[in-house]
Design a protein around this ligand. Structure first.
Ligand SMILES: NC(=O)c1ccc[n+]([C@@H]2O[C@H](COP(=O)([O-])OP(=O)(O)OC[C@H]3O[C@@H](n4cnc5c(N)ncnc54)[C@H](OP(=O)(O)O)[C@@H]3O)[C@@H](O)[C@H]2O)c1
Length: 283
């Protein structure tokens, strides 16, 4: 039995879809805070269990009988450590056969401030003694394509990534990698650096948006404080504006680049090209 936390989220849902292509639904558990959100999965035969990272008792019940568990990292930056610790403790108590964790690309050396909690979580997992596999996920291309409507509206794509190359991939690519690892043997002890096959600068992303939309979009590189102010001005909450601006600066230092092609090797196909995700966002 394979248990997936965060199964109501965007990545989690894609992992479940990918698992459904490989396993009977009755062997898959969607572990979620709110079962109503995944009623569609329950209707397809997926087991739904309540699992809240802040409620240890819920995790003990959710992980019962799990051969393998995918911990999808929690989404509240700054609160992840107590939450991940609770999940790891529950996984150990349930004696899961394999714990898989969605970390961040190059967690041990990444210049992105976001990486600190992932590195600490990897250390906790190592110290737990659980058989574990680490999926160091790179950036989702969707993080950038979400900004396409605003870029088209103003004719400008803003960022702080400079000439940093970004080897992002689609959420669906990372989800397929997770499902592959969860359904293959001999994964314990492995660390995967997962990134897109090709990389681009934000200037090249602006060019691609212009090419496909027929509207001129230029990339404007801003200092971190100005980019953050622009994001706040666009209505983003402070934590998200901070996170995106800091991450772009990390990208300018190479933090979102990798050319090892471990993701395509794992999923047995090329990663989704940037052009395809831009097309999808424009449709
Ligand atoms: N690589 C990247 O570019 C990137 C970008 C953004 C985020 N991330 C990380 O990757 C994770 C998955 O990405 P995503 O796009 O799927 O995010 P998402 O759509 O926001 O999904 C987050 C999932 O985590 C669940 N969750 C949050 N807090 C929880 C708690 N206390 N207990 C149990 N479940 C909880 C959410 O449950 P509810 O449905 O109940 O809210 C949801 O299912 C994120 O959580 C974040 O750590 C990575």
């Amino acid at each position: 039995m394979i248990v997936v936390t965060g199964a109501s989220g965007q990545l989690g849902r894609l992992v479940i879809e990918s698992l459904l292509k490989r396993l009977p639904a009755s062997e898959i558990v969607a572990a979620v805070r709110n079962p109503d959100k995944v009623a569609d999965l329950a209707a397809r035969g997926v087991q739904v269990r309540v699992a809240d990272y802040d409620q240890p008792a819920s995790l003990a019940a959710a992980f019962k009988g799990a051969d393998k568990l995918l911990l999808i990292s929690a989404s509240e930056v700054g609160r992840r450590m107590p939450q991940h610790r609770t999940v790891i403790d529950a996984a150990r108590a349930a004696q899961v056969g394999l714990l898989a964790y969605t970390s961040i690309l190059h967690a041990d050396t990444s210049p992105l401030p976001l990486a600190a909690e992932h590195k600490e979580t990897e250390n906790l997992i190592r110290a737990s003694g659980l058989p574990a596999v680490i999926l160091r996920n790179g950036w989702y291309t969707e993080n950038y394509t979400a900004g396409i409507p605003a870029a088209l509206q103003y004719g400008v794509l803003l960022g702080s990534a400079g000439q940093g190359r970004i080897a992002s991939a689609a959420r669906a690519d990372y989800a397929e990698a997770a499902a592959t690892v969860l359904t293959q043997d001999k994964q314990a002890g492995r660390i995967y650096e997962l990134a897109g096959d090709a990389s681009y600068t934000l200037g090249q992303l602006a060019d691609e948006i212009s090419r496909q939309s027929g509207k001129a979009v230029a990339y404007r590189d801003l200092p971190e404080v100005e980019f953050k102010a622009a994001l706040l001005g666009a209505g983003l909450p402070d934590f998200l504006a901070t996170l995106l601006a800091e991450s772009d600066v990390g990208a300018s230092k190479g933090g979102l680049f990798d050319d090892g092609r471990q993701l395509s090797a794992l999923i047995g196909r090329s990663t989704t090209p940037l052009s395809e995700l831009v097309k999808l966002a424009l449709a």
